[in-house]
Design a protein around this ligand. Structure first.
Ligand SMILES: Cc1cc2nc3c(=O)[nH]c(=O)nc-3n(C[C@H](O)[C@H](O)[C@H](O)COP(=O)(O)O)c2cc1C
Length: 337
């Protein structure tokens, strides 16, 4: 099951309903949770969870237990939003940070003010970068304490890690900006710190080459950048690489990149983005990946593997309720049995 923000964590603490939701989906085999902030600065959206306070860790303990009791595995996605944030969604004392002070040209929902433009982020100092890396490492320790089977670093979809990777949001002239190696440095340092904290066998990374979501621009060095990242992550021998390949697969250059990543990265490669049963089986048979993760299908089909097995019809999810508060459209989708 692919990571999906569902915005049900009131005050950023996962409650009983979150445990029910994930337990309902335990037959996925491996669940990757919704994006979860490693620090207060990492929260940007309304009702999204963290894993940096005792209350949050205690909330997650109930979630991991509920999933483990049903025989599933569960990995928490560590997501620092960077500049994709609004103060109305954030806790007191936090601030919006990014590699560079580049304003996202888009709006965001807040529960108190409705849709709002996102403010200018402040550029992280090198000292703040070190602190942010350390926050990821501490969050990974917290995740193990909370009973998670591992952590996934969210390096995709235009959040903090990808804001470093992409030159349209990274204008830095220090060791974290400019060259491919420098733009990848924040991801690689974070991966190293998290590995030192909990071990390489508990660490996955998600990437999304060719992503333009969250106001990112395409750039000439995409192939070079992600080949480098795949090489470096392979050296670190992490558990898996999770690649949203839908956008890359739209071009010949992108398909070649995904194939090159597959060759370079020796551990488990997970593919994601727009897969159905047939396309997933084809991808596995062709050896393009080892696993496929499913997102939206899991929202409305908690027993998705069972439905795939039986070629049973799939229920349609209500998009209006993807990010709504409350249990409707969340824990009320039924299984076949
Ligand atoms: C409601 C919703 C929330 C999502 N939240 C996240 C998230 O927190 N982290 C992430 O990496 N991807 C997130 N995604 C992207 C999914 O993980 C997945 O890549 C995407 O939905 C495409 O796969 P699919 O066609 O199987 O749904 C989200 C998608 C949806 C529909």
């Amino acid at each position: 099951m692919a990571p999906m923000t569902r915005s049900r964590a009131i005050n950023s603490i996962p409650g009983e309903n979150v445990a029910i939701y994930y337990a309902q989906r335990a037959s996925a085999g491996l669940i990757i949770t919704e994006g979860t902030a490693p620090s207060a600065n990492g929260i940007g959206y309304a009702r999204t969870p963290g894993i940096f306070t005792k209350e949050q860790i205690d909330g997650w303990k109930k979630v991991t237990k509920a999933v483990h009791d049903k025989g599933g595995k569960i990995i928490v996605q560590l997501m620092h939003v960077g500049r994709i944030a609004h103060p109305a969604n954030m806790l007191p004392g936090s601030k919006i940070v990014a590699p560079s002070a580049v304003v996202p040209k888009s709006e965001m929902w807040t529960d108190t003010l409705g849709m709002q433009p996102m403010p200018q982020p402040s550029e992280l100092t090198e000292e703040e970068i070190r602190l942010t890396v350390a926050e990821f490492a501490q969050a990974a320790k917290n995740a193990v304490e909370a009973g998670f089977d591992g952590v996934e670093l969210h390096g995709a979809n235009g959040y903090l890690i990808e804001q470093f990777i992409n030159p349209s949001t990274n204008k830095r002239t220090d060791a974290y900006g400019g060259s491919t190696e420098n733009r990848s440095r924040f991801l690689i340092e974070t991966a190293n710190a998290v590995i030192a904290a909990i071990g390489k066998d508990k660490v996955g990374v998600r990437i999304s080459p060719y992503n333009t979501f969250n106001d990112l621009e395409l750039y000439p060095e995409i192939t070079e950048t992600y080949k480098y990242i795949a090489e470096e992550l392979n050296k670190l021998d992490i558990l898996y690489l999770h690649i949203i390949d839908a956008l890359a697969n739209a071009s010949e250059e992108g398909r070649l990149l995904v194939a090159a990543i597959r060759k370079t990265f020796n551990k488990t490669l997970i593919l994601a983005g727009g897969y159905d049963k047939a396309r997933a089986e084809q991808a596995i048979e062709e050896g393009r990946g080892d696993l496929v993760s499913f997102g939206r299908f899991f929202i409305s089909n908690p027993d998705l593997p069972e439905r795939f097995r039986n070629n049973a019809p799939l229920a349609e999810g209500n998009q209006q309720l993807f990010y709504a508060a409350g249990d409707e459209g969340y824990t009320d989708y039924s299984s076949l049995n």
